[in-house]
Design a protein around this ligand. Structure first.
Ligand SMILES: Cc1cc2nc3c(=O)[nH]c(=O)nc-3n(C[C@H](O)[C@H](O)[C@H](O)COP(=O)(O)OP(=O)(O)OC[C@H]3O[C@@H](n4cnc5c(N)ncnc54)[C@H](O)[C@@H]3O)c2cc1C
Length: 385
C-alpha cells in the first residue's frame, strides 16, 4: 500500500511550494542561524499552518493525516518544518480546552497568519523530563496571575506572538497527585516582552530558533488560563499523541530524503571502475534504513487511523515516533557513509540534515522515555522512575 497516495493534492502543492526553497535557502538559514521567515510566510499564505483549525475559525478543517502529509513532504523535499510545526499541535490544546472567547479571539488570527502561536513552554532547566517537578509558578492575584520562573528550550519564542505555558498554580506538596496543580496559560507575549519576560536565544548544533525564557513577576490576565486551573498537565498530555504523530511524519520525510539521496548517488558514483552501489556494503545499510522507514510508516498509519477514529493511540503514536526517529537516523548514517567525504561538505545538504535528524532521538521526547512508557503502560512492567 502506498501511503503517499493520501492527500495527493496537498502533497503535490507542498512539493511545488518547497521547490521555491531549495538547498541553498536552507543552507543560508542554517549558516547564519536565521529563521526561515520567507518559507513560513509562504506556508502560512497557502493556509497550511491553519490546516487543522476548523473552518468556523478560518482554517481548512483538515484531519491530522493532512497535517502529517504536509510536514512529511517538507522534510522529504530537504526542508525543515521545525520552524513552524508547533503551531499545528499547540493549537489543538486551545481548540480542545480553551473557552469560546479564547477560540474566537485567537484562532482566526492564527489561521490567517496575523497571529503566531509557535511557542510551547514546558521544559525547565532543573526538572527536565520530570515535568511535574517544574518550578515556574503562576499565583492568582485578583483578576490576573503573577508568573515567576524560567523555561528552557522554548523554541521559536522570538517568532511567536503567543506562548502556551505550563506553570504550577498549587504547590506540589499541597496536591493529592503531583500531576495536579499545574495549569496551562495562553500568554500574549507582546504585552510583557522585555518588561517582565526576557527571551534569550540558545545557539544549537542545528538552526532551531530555540530560547530560554525568564519570567519576573510577569502579570497576565486571568482570562489567559486555558480550561480549569490545576488540570493543565492533563491538557498537555492530551495533545501529545498529535505531537508524536506529526514529528514521526517529519522523520519519515527525512528518512525518504536520505534514502533517495543515497540510492541515487550509489548508482552514479563510480570508484574502481564500477558503481559504488554494486557493493553490498553500500547497498545493505540503505536497504535496511528503507525497511525501517516502511515499518515506521505503517505504525504511523495505524496511529493516525486510531487518532482520526477518536481513539487514544498513546501506544501507537509513541511507537511511530520512536521507529520513525530511528529510521531517519539510520538513513542519515547510511547517507553520510554512502557519500564518503562529500557527505561532510556543506553544499550537499547531508551534513545539515544529519544534524537536524539527530534531534528527534531527544526531543520532543527522548527515546528512553518512550521505551519506559511502552514498558510500563503497554507491557505492565513496574515504573522505573
Ligand atoms: C532543539 C530543542 C528544541 C526543543 N524545543 C522545546 C520546546 O519548544 N518546548 C519545550 O517545552 N521543550 C523543548 N525541548 C526540550 C525537550 O523536550 C527536552 O530536551 C527533552 O524532553 C529531554 O529533556 P531534558 O533535555 O531536560 O533531558 P533530561 O530530563 O535532563 O534527561 C537527560 C537524559 O536522561 C534521560 N533520562 C531522564 N530520565 C530518565 C529515566 N527515568 N529513564 C531513562 N532515561 C532517562 C533522558 O532521556 C535524556 O536522554 C527542546 C529541546 C531541544 C534540544
Amino acid at each position: 500500500m502506498n501511503y503517499e497516495l493520501d492527500h495527493t493534492e496537498i502533497r503535490d502543492a507542498v512539493i511545488k511550494l518547497c521547490a521555491d526553497f531549495p538547498g541553498d535557502y536552507w543552507r543560508r538559514c542554517d549558516r547564519e542561524q536565521t529563521y526561515p521567515t520567507e518559507f513560513v510566510a509562504a506556508l502560512t499564505d497557502a493556509g497550511y499552518l491553519g490546516a487543522l483549525i476548523p473552518e468556523a475559525y478560518g482554517g481548512l478543517s483538515l484531519p491530522l493525516s493532512a497535517g502529517a502529509a504536509i510536514l512529511e513532504e517538507i522534510h522529504r523535499a530537504g526542508g525543515n518544518a521545525a520552524a513552524c510545526h508547533a503551531q499545528m499541535y499547540t493549537m489543538g490544546t486551545v481548540l480542545r480546552h480553551g473557552s469560546d472567547a479564547q477560540k474566537a479571539a485567537y484562532l482566526p488570527g492564527i489561521a490567517e497568519g496575523s497571529l503566531r502561536l509557535q511557542a510551547f513552554g514546558v521544559t525547565e532547566p532543573t526538572s527536565g523530563t520530570d515535568t511535574t517537578s517544574l518550578r515556574t509558578t503562576a499565583r492568582r492575584a485578583g483578576d490576573h496571575y503573577v508568573v515567576n520562573g524560567q523555561k528552557i528550550w522554548t523554541s521559536r519564542a522570538e517568532h511567536s506572538d503567543l506562548l502556551l505555558l505550563l506553570a504550577r498554580t498549587t504547590p506540589k506538596d499541597q496536591v493529592a497527585k503531583k500531576t495536579e496543580g499545574l495549569s496551562v496559560f495562553l500568554v500574549d507575549m507582546r504585552a510583557v516582552l522585555n518588561k517582565s519576560l526576557t527571551i534569550r536565544p540558545i545557539r544549537t548544533m542545528m538552526n532551531h530558533s530555540t530560547t530560554e525564557l525568564f519570567f519576573d513577576d510577569m502579570e497576565i490576565p486571568a482570562s489567559a488560563l486555558v480550561g480549569e486551573e490545576g488540570k493543565g498537565f492533563r491538557y498537555i498530555l492530551s495533545g501529545m499523541n498529535a505531537e508524536r504523530i506529526l514529528i514521526a511524519a517529519e522523520c519519515i520525510g527525512d528518512a525518504k530524503w536520505f534514502i533517495k539521496k543515497s540510492s541515487d548517488y550509489a548508482c552514479e558514483r563510480s570508484v574502481f571502475g564500477r558503481a559504488i552501489g554494486q557493493n553490498q556494503g553500500i547497498q545493505f545499510p540503505i536497504a535496511k534504513a528503507y525497511s525501517q522507514m516502511r515499518a515506521a510508516e505503517l505504525m504511523l498509519r495505524e496511529a493516525i487511523t486510531l487518532y482520526e477514529a477518536g481513539k487514544n493511540p498513546g501506544e501507537e503514536a509513541n511507537m511511530a515516533k520512536l521507529l520513525a526517529a530511528d529510521a531517519s537516523w539510520a538513513a542519515a548514517e547510511a547517507c553520510v557513509q554512502t557519500f564518503g567525504g562529500f557527505g561532510f561538505a556543506e553544499e550537499y545538504d547531508i551534513e545539515r540534515k544529519f544534524r537536524e535528524a539527530r534531534l528527534y532521538q531527544v526531543a520532543p521526547i527522548s527515546t528512553n522515555l518512550i521505551l519506559s512508557y511502552i514498558a510500563e503502560h503497554v507491557l505492565g512492567m513496574p515504573r522505573s522512575y
